[in-house]
Design a protein around this ligand. Structure first.
Ligand SMILES: [Zn+2]
Length: 109
C-alpha cells in the first residue's frame, strides 16, 4: 500500500475537467457532461476513500567510519539513533530505529 496526498490528487483531477479552451480535447456538449461527471465521481471517490494511519518518516544518513577488511565494509553510524554496524553494503533503512537513510535530516534534529 502507498499513502498519497488526497488533496493534491483532487487538485490534479480538477485541472483535468473539460473547459472550452482545452485544445487537446474536443467534446460534444453531451460528451463534456459525461467527461466532467466522471471527473466529479473520481473526486468524490478520492475524498471519501478511507484514511490510513501512517507513521511520520524519520530521515537520517550514515556517518562512515573505519574500514574493516574482513567484511569489506565500513563502520556506519545512524545519525538518528547513534547505533553502529559494520557491513559491506548500505541499508535503505536503519536496522535499529527504522529511519529512512536518504541523506536528509528531520527539522527537529
Ligand atoms: Zn538508527
Amino acid at each position: 500500500m502507498r499513502a498519497i496526498d488526497a488533496d493534491a490528487l483532487k487538485r490534479l483531477l480538477l485541472e483535468m475537467k473539460y473547459t472550452k479552451g482545452n485544445p487537446s480535447l474536443i467534446l460534444t456538449k453531451a460528451g463534456e457532461e459525461i467527461y466532467n461527471s466522471a471527473i466529479e465521481m473520481a473526486i468524490h471517490m478520492v475524498m471519501n476513500a478511507p484514511a490510513v494511519n501512517t507513521a511520520p518518516v524519520v530521515h537520517a544518513r550514515w556517518i562512515c567510519g573505519k574500514y574493516y577488511n574482513d567484511v569489506y565494509g565500513y563502520e556506519k553510524t545512524c545519525t538518528n539513533c547513534g547505533k553502529e554496524y559494520v557491513v559491506g553494503f548500505d541499508y535503505l533503512f536503519c536496522p535499529y530505529c527504522g529511519a529512512l537513510m536518504d541523506g536528509e535530516e528531520n527539522e527537529s534534529d
